[in-house]
Ligand binder design. Structure first.
Ligand code: SAM
Length: 471
């Protein structure tokens, strides 16, 4: 955070609530207690979203869609900026609030912590004038929590507003060993995981890319729609997609299930599996929910006169896969709820197998601003054994000579290279030679995509050929 170099945030930075926040202190306490007419719908929607994220582990984007429903486009844009920015910088704001208040955050009511995070974001990142930011947050506290907490919110936010972002950076650096990580808006363990894979000089760009919301990419279901139908600029490498030029839901192809939203990185790893050298035979997607890659693979399989079987552990997510595949004509791809570690399909059967493994999602931090603070390094202790078991199941399902795509939306070595390097009964296929048009992605025989290099999520791909008797 370097305040003087701060980006101009356009209309959101200039947002003024629809009722004057400066009027708040002059009202009677009776008026203040009114819950019927919140002063600022954007801030209220943002606060309710943050509460859902903090208290209920909600996904910020889903909770925001619920709480911002019915807002004007301007208020919705401001609420989005408030939620995304506050979630991304949560660790930093918590450190600032703790320092300003000389209190540990756990001694404050959780709703008050969310109010203070929201106010801190307005003060330090959006540079709303101190008086307006404090008054708006106090009014929000009164409307959404209780009159009782307005004093503490007012007092702490005034202390936060006493320094600008540069001043806070200097103070945190003097107070904390992890200040630089917090100022980059990442926990140290995630920075360490990135540093383990990237050259040091690229690290700042990679972290900055995680703090920049991605553009929306669309993808066709091959054979059912043409990318030209979607408008927008063609993607750099995937021939199946475009960068969305408007609201995807406004497109007939999307509404009819002939196209969908999918990051170019996901398109590329599915395309790589379809392009790898393998014999004819059925295709399998073992962890298919909610169905993004299965929807692309099903069309690519049809083009090669093959069929796709899609498996997914969670029945409700298997239903989403079926929905994603619904536009394909008969014979439709088959979708089943199944545990990929205990295959419901015969061994040595499939020519191409996609294993898009459950992972930390550290490669999609652009999309899930809250995820970086929710994820813990210990999550890997449960994920890695599952990933190994799923890979063993995928290898078992593959016909000798067939190819497995092991994919994660994470660059963390423990769940990428270290999982595939220890797999038995397979040998790596040089993935860069399967996607030769893609620059700067080779990681040994594997591929690692990056937001700052490729404009995609940080997807990892290993293509593994099953060795064995029938080769
Ligand atoms: C990274 S997501 C897959 C995303 C999907 N391929 C797509 O492109 O839309 C991983 C999925 O694996 C599922 N999963 C977790 N454990 C599983 C298991 N043992 N067997 C099958 N699926 C599993 C999760 O429910 C989740 O839907």
């Amino acid at each position: 955070m370097t305040g003087r170099e701060k980006r101009n945030r356009g209309p959101t930075a200039k947002h003024e609530p629809s009722r004057s926040v400066d009027a708040a202190p002059a009202r009677s306490s009776k008026q203040h207690r009114s819950h019927s007419a919140p002063a600022d719908p954007a801030r209220l929607a943002a606060f309710r979203t943050l509460r859902a994220v903090s208290a209920d582990n909600a996904y910020a984007n889903l909770a925001l869609a619920e709480h911002a429903a019915g807002l004007s486009a301007r208020d919705a844009a401001f609420a989005t900026e408030l939620v995304a920015g506050t979630c991304r910088a949560q660790g930093l704001y918590d450190a600032i609030i703790a320092s300003a208040s000389a209190r540990e955050l756990r001694t404050l009511q959780p709703a008050v912590v969310d109010l203070l995070r929201l106010g801190t974001h307005q003060l330090l990142e959006l540079r709303v004038p101190t008086r307006a930011a404090v008054a708006a947050t106090v009014e929000l506290a009164r409307t959404a929590v209780s009159e009782r907490v307005t004093g503490v919110v007012n007092a702490i936010l005034r202390k936060v507003g006493a320094l600008d972002s540069d001043g806070w950076a200097a103070r945190l650096r003097a107070e904390r060993a992890d200040a630089d990580a917090l100022l980059a808006q990442h926990p140290q363990w995630i920075i360490d995981a990135y540093a383990d894979v990237l050259p040091a000089h690229e690290l700042p760009q990679a972290l900055a890319a995680n703090n920049t919301p991605p553009s929306t990419h669309l993808v066709v279901r091959p054979g059912l729609a043409d990318p030209a139908e979607l408008g927008g600029e063609p993607l750099r490498w995937s021939p199946f997609g475009v960068a969305a030029s408007g609201n995807p839901a406004a497109l007939a192809a999307v509404r009819e299930g002939r196209a969908g939203v999918q990051d170019e990185g996901s398109q590329l790893v599915a395309w790589a599996l379809a392009r790898a050298d393998a014999q004819d035979g059925p295709w399998l997607d073992t962890c298919a929910g909610p169905g993004g890659k299965a929807a692309l693979l099903a069309g690519l399989a049809r083009q090669q006169h093959q069929t796709l079987l899609a498996g997914e552990l969670q029945p409700h997510r298997a239903l989403l896969v079926a929905k994603a595949l619904a536009a394909y004509p008969d014979p439709k791809p088959v979708v089943i709820a199944a545990d990929g570690t205990r295959p419901a399909w015969p061994a040595n059967t499939f020519a191409r197998v996609m294993l898009d493994a459950p992972c930390t999602g550290l490669g999609a931090l652009r999309r899930r601003p809250e995820a970086r603070w929710r994820r813990k390094p210990t999550d890997l202790d449960a994920l890695v054994p599952l990933q190994r078991a799923l890979l063993a199941g995928a290898i078992d399902a593959t016909a000798p000579g067939g190819v497995i795509a092991y994919v994660t939306c994470s660059p963390h070595r423990r769940e990428t290279v270290e999982v595939v390097d220890q797999a038995e009964g397979v040998e790596p296929v040089d993935a860069a030679s399967v996607l030769p048009e893609l620059p700067d992605a080779a990681l040994g025989p594997y591929l690692q995509l990056w937001p700052h290099r490729h404009g995609t999520d940080a997807m990892f791909l290993a293509l593994l050929r099953k060795t064995g008797a029938n080769q």
